[in-house]
Write a protein that binds this ligand. Structure first.
Ligand code: NAG
Ligand code: NAG
Ligand code: NAG
Ligand code: NAG
Ligand code: NAG
Ligand code: NAG
Length: 552
């Protein structure tokens, strides 16, 4: 039997079992989201806190757990959280984007319920509304391997979350006003590590401690708005073990380029002189380099960290080479992020190629960012709800962009951008970046194979250079200036899924689209019904819910 078909059959058997959601443990969280004054760079400013915390609390889970988060919105603005990198199999209802659900109105609460099905790895969550992420509201989200599934390295002594990101001292409302009036948010003021930047005057408390001789896992994610960051630890090489849900070949790096939205897990052994060390995150590809620092302390530390900070690499060719060194560990037996036969992805025929070119331009005098000439705008009614209630034609048109960019990108059309994709098609997406700044894209609901990044423009001949064997399966990819990137995936997760630039300004000003992936059967086997507690808004507010999908 053909291997692909065989694996597809396994998938069908697996999905029937997995609709029994009750068998997996439940984790409950109650979040009170409020404003509060924070001063991470010494300047008091309005932050977004979760249960009084900035950054927000870590969610520690295990594969297949039922995670319930009851979010009380005590801000004065609508709020949504997105669980970045969670695939939400059959369940785009829980994705937390404005195209899939109504924001939680001020003073109200809403309970998310999602399962990291067959997932492992290091992720984070963040508020996806407005540019709330500029004020906080983000936190780590980890998915541990289920007990029966072996992990390709020994249990670390402890497991630490390191959220790095550029930071603005202006409030999120000020930054939003800039964008709404057609301006850019400009450059950040600094870089934070877990909401702090070490002063280096001897008064800093350590962010983490390590026992001599022991090995620790650090989960590093770039939660910032704009800048790629280089991350390194004085005197301590890092062994890369996991990237956005995939066990990698375990190469050792002195530093890692972490682009906006990207996450890496590394192992670090405390085998140096017993003292303090700095971990450093500094901006890449910027004229002025901003640096954030944090302290790691050996439990038997005999002295402060050296003020000599290891240098970051220069230029993006280094970064591209590092990307090329990332490989998937094909022999690690673990939860596959996308196990449905697509891991022999090099043998599957491409059924469709979508080439997306980003552009920045003015529309009605205001700065907008676009994909293939269309700058996405969110309306009052989430796209998914409009589609589910049979009212799509009142809210958006499918396929207003085509699979190839228009010859001129000078004109920008502002409209909801929804691309219709055939369920289970294997599709190649090319991102071409003609701009001078770096891009970072994310696709919700899926892991894809990041098969190539190259300078210049893409042509079909470039497929010869793809990594068709062990490209890492992940959910983000960077595109260097005047370069392209290629990804491949099977669209086997029914729902409405957001593809976006993770560069916050670009996303907010339209550089995103949604893939509508519908299974012809409209069956519970392929997609869950609208949740009981679903908030309704826009033109579906007050309407009776449509007939549920047919049973599996
Ligand atoms: C949330 O926090 C605010 C401010 O501390 C408090 O007034 C409110 O009662 C809290 N709400 C819940 C549901 O805990
Ligand atoms: C996180 O979860 C794992 C497994 O579910 C557990 O072993 C570990 O102790 C937890 N860690 C924390 C800090 O709660
Ligand atoms: C709001 O919180 C209450 C009390 O904790 C809970 O019973 C209710 O289900 C929540 N509402 C939603 C829409 O999740
Ligand atoms: C891949 O995983 C296997 C199985 O756990 C492990 O033995 C091997 O060392 C890993 N390979 C690399 C290159 O990291
Ligand atoms: C892929 O396409 C080639 C050439 O058209 C064909 O020979 C092959 O059978 C196809 N493979 C699959 C798995 O469909
Ligand atoms: C989307 O594509 C499918 C499969 O090609 C097709 O059956 C369907 O009519 C399309 N839907 C729209 C709204 O274009």
């Amino acid at each position: 039997m053909d291997r692909v078909i065989f694996l597809l059959l396994c998938l069908s058997a697996g999905t029937i079992l997995s609709t029994v959601r009750g068998e997996d443990p439940y984790l409950f969280f109650t979040w009170n989201v409020t404003y509060g004054t924070i001063a991470p760079l010494g300047v008091p400013q309005q932050g977004i806190l979760i249960n009084g915390q900035f950054p927000g609390p870590n969610i520690n889970s295990t594969g297949n757990n039922n995670i319930l988060v009851n979010v009380f919105n005590n801000l004065d603005e609508p709020l949504l959280f997105t669980w970045f990198g969670m695939q939400h199999r059959k369940n785009s209802w829980q994705d937390g984007t404005l195209g899939t659900g109504c924001p939680i109105p001020p003073g109200q609460n809403y309970t998310y319920h999602f399962q990291p099905k067959d997932q492992i790895g290091s992720y984070f969550y963040y508020p996806s509304t407005a540019i709330h992420r500029a004020a906080g509201g983000f936190g780590g989200l980890r998915v541990n391997s289920r007990l029966l599934i072996p992990v390709p390295y020994a249990d670390p002594e402890d497991d630490y979350t390191v959220l790095i990101g550029d930071w603005y001292t202006k409030s999120h409302t000020t930054l939003k006003k800039f964008l709404d009036s057609g301006r850019s948010i400009g450059r950040p003021a600094g870089v934070l590590i877990n909401g702090k930047n070490a002063k280096g005057d001897g008064t800093d408390e350590p962010l983490f401690t390590m026992k001599p001789g022991k090995t620790y896992k650090y989960r590093i994610c770039n939660v910032g708005l704009k800048d790629s960051l280089n991350f390194r630890i004085q005197g301590h090489p890092m062994k890369l073990v996991e990237m956005e849900g995939s066990h990698t070949v375990q190469n050792t790096y002195d530093s890692l380029d972490v682009h906006v939205g990207h996450c890496f897990s590394v192992l670090v052994t405390a085998d140096k002189d017993p003292k303090d060390y700095y971990m450093v995150a500094s901006t890449r590809f910027t004229k002025t380099i901003l640096t954030g620092k944090g302290i790691i302390r050996y439990t038997n530390s005999k002295g402060p960290a050296s003020s000599e900070i290891p240098e970051a690499p220069v230029g993006w060719a280094w970064s591209l080479n590092q990307f090329r060194s990332f490989r998937w560990n094909l022999t690690a037996s673990a939860a596959r992020p996308n196990p449905q036969g697509s891991y022999k992805y090099g043998q599957i025929n491409i059924t469709r190629t979508i080439k997306l070119v980003n552009s920045a331009n003015r529309a009605d005098g205001k700065l907008r960012y676009a994909l293939n000439g269309v700058s996405h705008i969110d309306g009052e009614t989430p796209l998914k709800l409009a589609e589910y209630f049979g009212l799509a034609d009142k809210v958006f048109k499918y396929d207003i962009i085509s699979d190839n960019p228009p010859t001129s990108l000078d004109k920008i059309t502002v409209a909801p951008n929804v691309v219709n994709v055939t369920f289970r098609n294997f599709i190649e997406i090319i991102f071409e970046n003609p701009e001078k700044s770096i891009q970072s894209y994310n696709l919700d609901g899926y892991s894809f194979f990041a098969v190539a990044i190259e300078p210049g423009t893409w042509t079909p001949e470039k497929r010869k250079n793809y990594n068709l064997l062990d490209a890492v399966s992940r959910h983000t990819v960077q595109v260097y200036p005047k370069s392209w990137a290629a990804i491949m995936l099977t669209f086997d997760n029914a729902g409405m899924w957001n593809l976006r630039s993770e560069i916050t300004e670009n996303r907010y000003l339209g550089q995103q689209l949604y893939f509508s992936v519908l299974s012809a059967e409209r069956s519970l086997r392929d997609e869950y019904n609208i949740p009981e507690n679903q908030l309704l808004c826009g033109i579906v507010k007050g309407l009776p819910k449509p007939q549920p999908y047919a049973g599996a």
